[in-house]
Write a new protein. Structure first.
Ligand code: HEM
Length: 355
C-alpha cells in the first residue's frame, strides 16, 4: 500500500497532463506555500486557464483568497479555532468516540461507522447545528464532497450538489436569525450572508474528508506496529507519511524563478505535500514510518498564511480516537484501496476487535 503512495522528489517540472508546474522538493514546496505574493491562491483572479467548476461559489472561500481580504476574514474566524476553544470540545468528542465504538460491534466499517460520523458530527457540533439536523449534514456533505471528487461532469452529482448547497444555505439563513456559538462570532464581522454560508460549507468540506482520511491512515500505519509510546508523535508521523491533502494549487502572479525554472504570470503550480514530506534533505530515512520521529516539520497542514485553521481540532480528534482504538486489540479484516494522482484513497477498511 505504502510503496505506491510515495512521490518522487526532484526538480520543478512542467507536466502537460496537468497543465502546470509540479513542485516536489521540500524547500520549493515551502516557498510556494509561504510566498503568497508570488503564488496566489485566488485562481479566479490569476489563472489564465479555464478551471473546471470555476463558477462555483465555494471556490471563493478563505482558502482561495489572497490578502487583504484573506487577512480580514482569517482574523475573525481564528477567534473560533483557538486551542482553548478547541480543547473545550474534548469531552464531547471523547463521548462521541466511545459511543460510536460501543455501537459498532465486534467487526465494523472504520470509515462508515466511526471516522465519517466522528468528523462530520464534530464540525456540525462546532457550528452549533442541532443534533436532529446532523443526518442532513451528513447527506449534504456527501453530495458536496462526491461532486468535488469527480473530474468529469456527472449530471446527477451536479444536481445533488446544487440541491445540497441550497438546502444548507437555507438552513444557515435560519440559524442567522438566532445566532449562537461560532455563528454568533462570525456575525460580529463584516462577512456578508453569502460569505457566512460559504464559510460554513467550507468548514464541512475542509474539515471532514481530511480528518476522516487521517484517522483511517493512522489505523493503517499503526496496524503492523507495536503500540506507540507517544500518540501525539505517532499522529504527526502519520500526517507526514500519508498526508490527507496530497497537494495544493497556486497561480503565479508575476514572473519568478523556482528551483532554477522560469515561471510566467498566470501559470498553475501544484505544491506536492506528499513528496515534500519525504524529501531526504529534510527527513532522515524518509520512506520509513517512524512513530517516534522528532522533529517532524511535515507540511501536511500547509504553511504560511493559509496554514490549516482546523489543525488543532484534527489533531485532537485523531488523538482521542486512536487512544480509544489502542485500548483494544484489533486487526484489519477487509481493505479496499483506490489510487489517485496524489496518493491513495481507502475505500473500505473493516476492523475486527480481537480482544
Ligand atoms: C487549510 C490540511 C482539517 C479547515 C488547510 C491547508 C491544508 C489543510 C494543507 C492549506 C491549504 C493551502 O494552503 O492551499 C488539513 C488536514 C486536515 C485538516 C490534513 C486533517 C487531518 C481541517 C479541519 C478544519 C479545516 C478539521 C475545520 C474544521 C481549514 C481551513 C483552511 C484549511 C478553513 C483554509 C485556511 C486559510 O486559507 O486561511 N488544511 N486540514 N481543516 N483548513 Fe485544513
Amino acid at each position: 500500500i505504502f510503496a505506491f503512495h510515495a512521490q518522487e522528489v526532484g526538480p520543478v517540472r512542467f507536466a502537460e497532463s496537468f497543465g502546470g508546474w509540479v513542485v516536489t522538493r521540500y524547500a520549493d514546496v515551502d516557498r510556494v506555500l509561504t510566498d503568497h505574493e508570488v503564488f496566489s491562491s485566488d485562481e479566479l483572479r490569476h489563472s489564465t486557464q479555464a478551471i473546471p467548476h470555476s463558477s462555483n461559489p465555494l471556490l471563493r472561500g478563505l482558502q482561495a483568497m489572497d490578502p487583504p481580504r484573506h487577512h480580514v476574514l482569517r482574523r475573525v474566524v481564528s477567534q473560533v479555532f483557538t486551542p482553548r476553544a478547541v480543547s473545550s470540545l474534548e469531552p464531547s468528542i471523547t463521548a462521541k468516540v466511545d459511543a460510536l465504538l460501543a455501537s459498532a460491534g465486534p467487526s465494523f466499517d472504520l470509515i462508515g461507522e466511526v471516522a465519517y460520523p466522528l468528523s462530520v458530527h464534530t464540525i456540525a457540533g462546532l457550528l452549533g447545528v442541532q443534533p436532529s439536523r446532523w443526518p442532513d449534514f451528513v447527506r449534504w456533505t456527501e453530495a458536496i464532497t462526491s461532486f468535488f471528487g469527480t473530474s468529469t461532469v456527472d449530471e446527477a452529482r451536479q444536481t445533488a450538489f446544487g440541491e445540497a448547497l441550497t438546502e444548507m444555505g437555507d438552513y444557515f439563513r435560519e440559524e442567522f436569525e438566532r445566532p449562537s456559538g461560532i455563528i454568533a462570532t462570525l456575525m460580529t464581522s463584516d462577512l456578508t450572508e453569502y460569505e457566512l454560508i460559504d464559510f460554513c460549507a467550507l468548514l464541512l468540506i475542509n474539515g471532514h474528508e481530511t480528518t476522516k482520511t487521517l484517522l483511517v491512515n493512522a489505523v493503517l500505519c499503526l496496524v503492523s506496529q507495536a503500540k506507540p509510546s507517544d500518540i501525539g508523535l505517532a499522529g504527526e508521523e502519520v500526517l507526514r507519511y500519508l498526508p490527507p491533502t496530497g497537494g495544493t494549487d497556486r497561480f503565479v502572479t508575476r514572473p519568478t524563478t523556482l528551483g532554477g525554472r522560469e515561471l510566467r504570470a498566470g501559470e498553475r503550480v501544484v505544491a506536492m505535500i506528499t513528496a515534500a514530506n519525504r524529501d531526504p534533505e529534510v527527513f532522515a530515512d524518509p520512506q520509513t514510518f517512524d512513530p517516534d520521529r522528532k522533529p517532524n516539520p511535515h507540511l501536511s497542514f500547509g504553511h504560511g498564511i493559509h496554514f490549516c485553521l482546523g489543525a488543532h481540532l484534527a489533531r485532537m480528534e485523531v488523538r482521542i480516537a486512536l487512544a480509544a482504538l489502542l485500548r483494544r486489540s484489533w486487526r484489519i479484516t477487509d481493505l479496499d484501496t483506490h489510487r489517485t494522482p496524489v496518493g491513495i484513497d481507502i475505500l473500505k477498511a473493516t476492523l475486527t476487535i480481537t480482544s
